[in-house]
Design a protein around this ligand. Structure first.
Ligand code: SF4
Length: 475
């Protein structure tokens, strides 16, 4: 889970990238970086923390140039060090690169590179992508690369590098400074292109980065194609590989900002539709309730649509503290409970003597949900019905969304009936209703990756690769 921005043809590229990265801060809070090109010189600054901490505004003057790329990082594997922050740079040929995604065959590609005398210095998989692109380009020609060379090199890269990735980079193509973007052949991870009337171009993980920087949405990045962008000229899109487009459904359910627009439409709209489908399925069960309450923030649109469909009041029952830090490792139950109250404090009166429908986007391990339900039961809720606007997560994601290993997924080995019985007992709630896979499919006509629900991995992942990725997951 990460976010990227790339821009060309603007007065001060670093400042534009910096603003765009702040709009994408929800995609990664552990590190941030910006790289710019100013004639023959590359300038890079990256560090740990939020964008404004990692790149103080005073640093922007040290990053001259009209083209730049930037990145916010949330590592799904490895550790979090400054060396692993993006962008990455190679001197020959000169490329500065950032990406969002996960490479599933990193070990295999690293070994291939090593056999060619090319060594990897970080545990960040974009370095592998960068070195493969540089390797392939220099095999084709030592310098003076053309658009055709780039297309050939990316085609070879698609053959060597498996997984899900959307990449942006800066390099010289046909003798011109060029902003390049390419997306894996299935387009698993998102990417959008924006334009400005003065001829500038911007690519980003989500359209909110365009809104924040004054760019208009032009199109979505084409899967399996290379896009070349230069100031004042139309984009050049060169198709390299044609496969079924299967963007990640989880972006819509949980990850992307609700005001972003993706191939399936506005994220907020999709969450409303998921809530309506869930309401229909909940209604068919014949359960009764007094009020619908979202667990903030992602579930608000779905909860609102559920409430409207069921003719029930919608209430905010939790106040989310935006300033508390990460609390994933807590030494005991007491501190874990305190950490939850710090992050998500319930409003007592909303729950007392009520039969509540509690709406959330997903259940992964289930540990946080258990504590939330205990807290509101203690406040005097008469009945707690949990409603989840996605199907059970039964399979881990190997394509760049941070999830625990399969063994830790609460739904991994249970069919629907056994799952509800298990969760009702474990959480102490009255019912658990998940959106069915059919209900999910009814919200979109486009094919999707939904492998974390159905195990249908669009890019095959071998057992060895699964083990390596799961081993690398952080606690
Ligand atoms: S497995 Fe799930 S989270 Fe991962 S890309 Fe596919 S839909 Fe998205």
């Amino acid at each position: 889970m990460c976010g990227f921005v790339g821009v060309t043809g603007v007065e001060q590229a670093a400042a534009v990238v910096w603003l765009g990265l702040q709009a994408l801060q929800h995609r990664g809070q552990d590190a941030a970086g910006i790289g710019t090109v100013d004639g023959p010189r590359f300038h890079v600054h990256k560090d740990l923390g939020l964008v404004v901490h990692a790149i103080p505004s005073s640093k922007l003057a040290d990053l001259p140039g009209q083209s730049g790329v930037g990145h916010v990082r949330y590592p799904t594997s490895g550790v979090n060090t400054r060396e692993d922050a993006q962008p990455f740079v190679t001197r020959r040929p000169g490329i500065v690169m950032a990406h969002n995604g996960n490479i599933t065959n990193v070990d295999e590609v690293t070994a291939q590179l090593q056999r060619r005398g090319i060594h990897i210095l970080s545990s960040c998989d974009v370095e592998v992508v960068l070195m493969v692109l540089a390797d392939e380009l220099t095999r084709i020609a030592p310098s003076d690369h053309t658009a055709q060379d780039l297309v050939e090199a990316v085609g070879r890269l698609f053959g060597r590098v498996r997984g899900a990735y959307t990449v942006t980079c800066l390099l010289t193509v046909d003798g011109e400074e060029t902003l390049v973007a390419f997306r894996d052949p299935h387009g698993l991870r998102p990417g959008v292109l924006g334009r400005r009337d003065d001829g500038a171009w911007l690519v980003a993980s989500e359209s909110v980065a365009l809104d924040a920087t004054g760019f208009r949405r032009h199109s979505f990045l084409p899967p399996g194609a290379v896009l070349l962008l230069r100031k004042g000229r139309e984009p050049i899109s060169l198709q390299v590989s044609t496969r079924t487009h299967r963007p990640c459904i989880f972006e819509h359910i949980y990850f992307a900002r609700p005001d972003s627009v993706m191939e399936h439409g506005r994220v907020n709209q999709m969450r409303h539709q998921l809530g309506e489908r869930l309401a229909e399925e909940w209604e068919a069960r014949g359960l009764g309730a007094d009020v619908v309450i979202p667990i903030p923030d992602t579930s608000r649109p779905a909860a609102l649509s559920m409430a409207e469909h069921l003719g029930l009041p919608y209430r905010e029952g939790f106040i989310k503290n935006r300033y508390s830090g990460r609390t994933f490792i807590m030494p005991n139950q007491q501190t874990r409970d305190a950490a939850l109250r710090l992050k998500l404090n319930p409003i007592e009166d909303v729950f007392r003597d009520k039969r509540v429908i509690l709406v959330d986007d997903s259940i992964v391990r289930g540990s946080t949900m258990r504590r939330i339900i205990k807290t509101i039961a203690d406040l005097g809720a008469k009945a707690i019905h949990l409603a989840i606007f996605s199907p059970p997560v039964r399979h881990p994601c190997f394509y760049g969304i941070d999830m625990p290993t399969r063994a830790e997924l609460v739904a991994a080995d249970l069919d629907d009936d056994a799952l509800e019985a298990t969760l009702v007992t474990r959480f102490g709630c009255d019912s658990v209703t998940y959106l069915s896979r059919r209900g999910l499919a009814r919200t979109t006509e486009l094919p999707l990756c939904a492998a974390c629900f159905d195990g249908d991995y669009v890019v095959p992942v071998s057992q060895d690769e699964r083990r390596a990725i799961e081993c690398d997951r952080r606690p």
